[in-house]
Design a binder for this molecule. Sequence first.
Ligand code: ATP
Ligand code: FE
Length: 335
Amino acid sequence: VYILAIESSCDDTAAAVLCNEKVLSNVVANQLIHNQYGGVVPELASRAHQQNIVPVIEAALKKANIKKEQLSAIAFTQGPGLMGSLLVGSSFAKSMALALQIPLIAVNHMHAHILAHFIDEKGFDKPSFPFLALTISGGHTQIVRVDDFFDLTIIGETTDDAVGEAFDKSAKILGLPYPGGPLVDKYAQLGNPKAFPFTKPKVPGLDFSFSGLKTAILYFIQKKKIEKPEFIEENLNDICASIQYTIIEILMDKLKMAVKETGIKQIAIGGGVSANSGIRNTLKETETKYGWKTYIPKFEYTTDNAAMIGIVGYQKFLSQKFETAEVVSKARIQF
Ligand code: ATP
Ligand code: FE
């Protein structure tokens, strides 16, 4: 089965070709234009998708050495995401599926971040059901109980900011360029995580909150800068390490609670923030510390990519979960 997958939910235009569970090509065109605005500008994003989509798909087919006539189906991101961005991908997928007379498959982007673990990749184990997925990205923070490919239940999620936003907004307070998450990670590796303790929010159950942390950091920095204007420059590594440490603690507290409640000790992480070195290390440590089995995807399958859309597409193809051209894009969508 050859699947062409298209991902255009936010600011990256991506296409991939899969042969069953194997990735033959995985092409991403990043939109650097947004960096100067300190965040994604929706109107610019959809225009850039329009420019990128044809060359990106052509590159994916060429790299996979597959002719479009060989494709079994076309999978695209239905949502969640920016409506204008989603529409570019879905319109293209619909027309191409219609022209080639092959099935059209709609994929939930968050479902894809989770099933990315089922991509056949040397050196990477696949989780078995049931497992818990911690999805940490720019727009989401969820703990999902996964009982089967299509049986997913959100058991905890953020009540305000996503963890990626917590990283990016903290970075902004420190004067770091957007997106600041990877930079916080970089400086954190050189700092003392216990240098500046930030209080953790009290949220009932398995839900998260990150907006309080952002405010705490803002007030802390404002106060310190009055005492000493060079405070950030002189303590950047320690500040980043302390922020990252607090974020990881918040995530780990809830994850431990989820393991206790469900009795499931298989944990898979996904989403852009799972690239974070501190999170990866902390999670790995739980294997000896608590006897958990952890799954950390290959870096290129953590941030937005089309290969993950393709693996959901493949599973849906096997289950014959197809759409007609009437299928609509959705800015918000449930499993
Ligand atoms: P969603 O999947 O919820 O729709 P998205 O697709 O925009 O959101 P991703 O591309 O999955 O989000 O993740 C982007 C986020 O990951 C950004 O907030 C970015 O700062 C963060 N991020 C990437 N690398 C790191 C890192 N090493 N440490 C911390 N955060 C990181
Ligand atoms: Fe994403």
